[in-house]
Write a protein that binds this ligand. Structure first.
Ligand SMILES: C[S@@+](CC[C@H](N)C(=O)[O-])C[C@H]1O[C@@H](n2cnc3c(N)ncnc32)[C@H](O)[C@@H]1O
Length: 264
């Protein structure tokens, strides 16, 4: 019976019951004497086991909400994080002229959350999204069906995917965790290539900052998500080619995003 499962201490049991039965929390509470049939019991027990082995809930449900949309996620893509929504807010604030056809680039798009959310928010923008992972791009392309507005997907390593193209804003939530970080032991189910970037975590960010000028229009912007302890080093890297550097905090008051304007 549902009530016996709800009383159990199994991790995320309410969400797992909802997923198994296709019913919401209120329905579960109102029908807590419902007896699961054999197939439902088997499905639920498998989900409970996987969740207890540490498989993230989003990989069990196959979806994750981000900003105003729901995205498909698979073990080939990073699970969208709420702090990445900061990049969307910053972009929406940055371009106050809502009808200008700005060109935006999302480098390392993963499940496509940044590019697709922005495309859905403004049909006037021309949005390109890249990743070096074919499998991630395949998921992103499926996700693009949730908006009527177009996203142009390109495969390749960082700027190799967009050679000779220039943009008004380059956005990236690149991998930025130190390769030996103890934090990684909690993230064993997500693709390592989406998480780590060299000894100090800054390999991808260095490459993006150093190559962005070639791909930015005059007065164009670079917007990066980064680790809570990386802001000072990133500011130093940016100062060579960029001005108007602005730092942004996430909802936990950690510095997690940086915006800079190209000074040609
Ligand atoms: C932190 S994840 C971000 C994914 C997505 N933008 C998000 O915010 O959820 C970093 C992404 O960068 C991609 N990536 C890693 N190395 C790359 C490279 N050399 N070139 C292009 N993309 C790369 C990964 O495949 C992954 O999708």
């Amino acid at each position: 019976m549902i009530k016996n499962y709800l009383k159990s201490q199994s991790k995320d049991i309410t969400q797992l019951l909802s997923l198994t039965l296709g019913k919401n929390h209120a329905w579960l509470l109102a029908n807590d004497d419902y007896q699961l049939n054999e197939a439902q019991t088997q499905t639920l027990n498998t989900l409970i086991k996987k969740r207890e082995q540490g498989v993230p809930f989003a990989y069990l449900s196959g979806t994750k909400g981000f900003y105003h949309l729901d995205f498909k996620v698979t073990p080939d893509t990073l699970i969208p994080r709420p702090e990445t929504e900061l990049l969307i807010d910053i972009t929406l604030d940055l371009f106050s002229n809502k009808t200008k056809p700005y060109h935006l680039l999302d480098l390392g798009t993963g499940s496509g959350i940044i590019a697709i959310t922005l495309a859905d928010k403004n049909p006037h923008w021309h949005i390109t999204a890249t990743d070096f992972s074919q499998k991630a791009l395949a998921v992103a392309k499926q996700n693009a069906a949730i908006t009527d507005n177009e996203v142009n997907f390109q495969q390749g390593s960082w700027f190799e995917a967009v050679s000779k193209q220039t943009f008004d804003l380059i956005i990236s939530n690149p991998p930025y965790i130190e390769q030996d970080s103890s934090y990684l032991k909690n993230l064993t189910h997500e693709p390592k290539t989406a998480l780590t970037s060299g000894k100090d975590g800054l390999d991808a960010i260095r490459l993006i900052i150093n190559n962005a000028p070639e791909h930015l229009n005059k007065q164009g912007y670079l917007l990066l998500e980064h680790g809570f302890n990386q802001q000072q080093e990133i500011t130093q890297l940016l100062e060579k080619y960029f001005s108007n550097i602005q730092i942004f905090n996430d909802y936990n008051s950690n510095q997690r995003a940086i915006l800079a304007q190209f000074k040609p």
